[in-house]
Design a protein around this ligand. Structure first.
Ligand code: G3P
Length: 218
């Protein structure tokens, strides 16, 4: 499973990248807005930190405008993946951009039917939102299972990117469901490291070693 960071914050990206386990980045207009810099500048800076797919989302809502915005975004760096929302216009833009060789991440997916449409439009990535479905009382993870199954049934090449992951359990369950990619906030990636038995075990190893080989105080 590929790990993507769902952030536009450069400090978080530098820290994650230093661990050598970050395969890509997803951004959205809300995340870009939080950093206070125009998308072109912010994603260019992100591409210098992480050598992997970097999703940059269009903010137009009409297909032709999305296409020209997508073409501009794609020119920023070879790793840019253009993100389009799962609307009729977004799918029209996805079809056109994909035919042009531009990789598209179709976002805001909340049903298996929508995921089928994105695959048929040639999407490089589909982004189903787990946490936001949980928020309305649904089981978001069921969507990841359905989409991976459907894509397997027909051999669609579109990668399933489990998005809106809010906890380590979300990441693990997405991996079990066969998602190709999990995108998560830095906080969730950091939490994946934690286990009390790791800390306890390391503490004991170091104490035992020190007792055997280091001079004791009189
Ligand atoms: O980037 C899309 C998605 O991952 C957003 O997550 O937590 O705002 O629902 P969240």
């Amino acid at each position: 499973m590929k790990f993507f960071l769902d952030t536009a914050n450069l400090d978080e990206l530098k820290k994650g990248a230093s661990w050598g386990i970050v395969d890509g980045v997803t951004t959205n207009p809300s995340l870009i807005a939080k950093e206070g810099r125009p998308i072109e500048e912010q994603v260019a800076a992100i591409c210098k930190i992480v050598d992997g797919d970097v999703s940059a989302e269009v903010v137009s809502t009409e297909a032709n405008a999305m296409i020209s915005e997508g073409l501009k975004l794609a020119k920023i760096h070879k790793n840019i993946v253009v993100k389009c929302p799962l609307t009729r216009d977004g799918i029209k833009a996805c079809s056109a951009l994909s035919k042009d060789g531009i990789r598209v991440n179709v976002t805001l997916c909340f049903s298996a039917g929508q995921a089928l449409i994105a695959a048929k439009a040639g999407a490089y990535i589909i982004s189903p939102f787990v946490g936001r479905l949980d928020d309305i009382g649904w089981t978001g993870m069921e969507l990841i299972k359905s989409i991976t199954q459907i894509y397997r049934n027909y051999g669609y090449k579109t990668q399933v990117l489990a998005a809106s992951l809010r906890s380590p359990t979300h990441v693990i369950d997405s991996a079990l469901a066969g998602a190709h990619i999990g995108t998560m906030p830095f906080k969730v990636l950091d939490m994946l490291f934690n286990h009390p038995l790791t800390d306890k075990g390391l503490d004991q190893f170091l104490k035992d070693y020190a007792k055997a080989f280091q001079p004791q105080n009189a």
